[in-house]
Design a protein around this ligand. Structure first.
Ligand code: UD1
Length: 339
């Protein structure tokens, strides 16, 4: 078996997946331009696994530099995380998002095909479903018209993969994540966004630690059990495990060449914003400073996954819930702030 190339290997989900892949015996290399990540994460990965991962600090848009990596390394599989991911910013800077996410995808796929890479795993998002009519969301739920350039870039990348591997010797998994959160149990790696976070869990821990004044709960008048929005928070190590299992699934040759399979990755359980706050309060033993504010534009009332397909085909079953997510996210926040 050749190497596994993890793009965005120094980023949040990429770094946790590297740890899981290494612990499952895979030889990995990373490609990350440090745009929203820090090279020191590689030292932390070494501390956890005892293995050194080489990172190529290459931008996917730089086709020449990317090609050199494929010439130097024998790459058998690619797990592609590297992308811009802030929904609001994508609305402000659509061209930047399209160039980075879509041109990056095209370059990567072109190199992969030229160098006979066997397997491709793509980091997609439940955002492709938009405001689904029925819950939970299955892989058969229709794709909605994208609400942001970020969401559209995920839809287009999925399509680029499906179209470009057709009739080729490659198989692929498109993994649609629900709401990734939490940190590795060692608390040596976690989410370290360079820009201020906007997702619920890191906002809660930032308020908890005192780096942000308060959490604004975006609406308590939704038609849900307590009026706040419902999401399906999935622990980042369960997600990492899903990538390793997806790779094993592709290696097992259950798909015919040229085939791509889609999987939802969520826990199947929805948590409201107020329940998430409550869970943080339980693990920290503290009170969170929050207030109810207006709804956030573009938010949907509820979203959670049906992950039956991943369970049946990948043998994947998430082991952690909101409590483990909060405990590790909170532990990591304290480590980062040296408390
Ligand atoms: C967001 C993105 C989605 C992306 C996902 C990745 C939007 C509209 N959607 O989803 O495309 O795939 O992150 O994780 O940005 N909340 C508050 N106060 C806060 C922050 C969040 O009440 O300060 C609430 C939100 O209203 C929402 C829930 O917490 O109900 C989760 O929000 P967030 O973490 O931003 O995730 P999504 O909106 O589900």
């Amino acid at each position: 078996m050749g190497k596994v190339l993890v793009t965005g290997g120094c980023g949040y989900i990429g770094s946790h997946t590297l740890v899981d892949l290494i612990e499952n015996g895979y030889e990995c290399i990373s490609l990350d331009n440090y745009l929203n990540s820090d090279p020191s994460v590689l030292d932390q990965i070494k501390e956890i696994t005892g293995k050194e991962v080489h990172n190529y600090p290459v931008d996917l848009v730089d086709k020449e530099a990317l090609s050199k990596v494929f010439q130097e390394e024998e790459i058998e599989a690619i797990i592609h995380f590297a992308a811009l991911k802030a929904v609001g910013e994508s609305v402000e800077k659509p061209i930047v998002y399209y160039r980075n996410n879509i041109e990056g995808q095209i370059n990567l796929m072109e190199c992969a095909l030229q160098h006979n890479v066997s397997h491709f795993i793509f980091s997609s998002s439940c955002t492709v479903y938009g405001k689904a009519e029925t819950l939970p969301v299955t892989e058969e739920t229709p794709i909605a018209s994208a609400e942001s350039p970020y969401g559209y870039s995920k839809q287009v990348c999925e399509r680029i993969i499906v179209d470009s591997i057709h009739n080729k010797n490659m198989t692929a998994c498109l993994l649609r994540y629900f709401n990734p959160a939490g940190a590795h149990e060692s608390l040596k790696i976690g989410e370290s966004p360079i820009n201020p976070p906007q997702n619920l869990v890191p906002v809660i821990t930032e308020v908890g630690i005192g780096n942000r004044k308060e959490l604004k709960v975006f609406g308590d008048d939704y038609d849900t059990r307590d009026g706040s929005c419902i999401r399906d928070y999935i622990h980042v190590m369960d997600l990492a495990d899903a990538h390793t299992k997806a790779l094993k699934f592709l290696e097992s040759k259950q798909l015919v060449e040229g085939q791509a399979e889609v999987f939802n990755l969520g826990t199947g359980k929805g948590t409201t914003v107020l329940e998430a706050i409550n869970s943080w309060e339980e693990v920290s033993g503290d009170c969170l400073n929050y207030s109810i504010s207006n709804r956030r534009a573009g938010d949907i009332p509820a979203m959670f996954a049906d992950y039956t397909k991943a369970k049946e085909k990948l043998g994947w079953d998430p082991k952690r819930g909101i409590r483990e997510i909060m405990a590790t996210a909170w532990g990591w926040e304290k480590v980062r702030n040296k408390m």
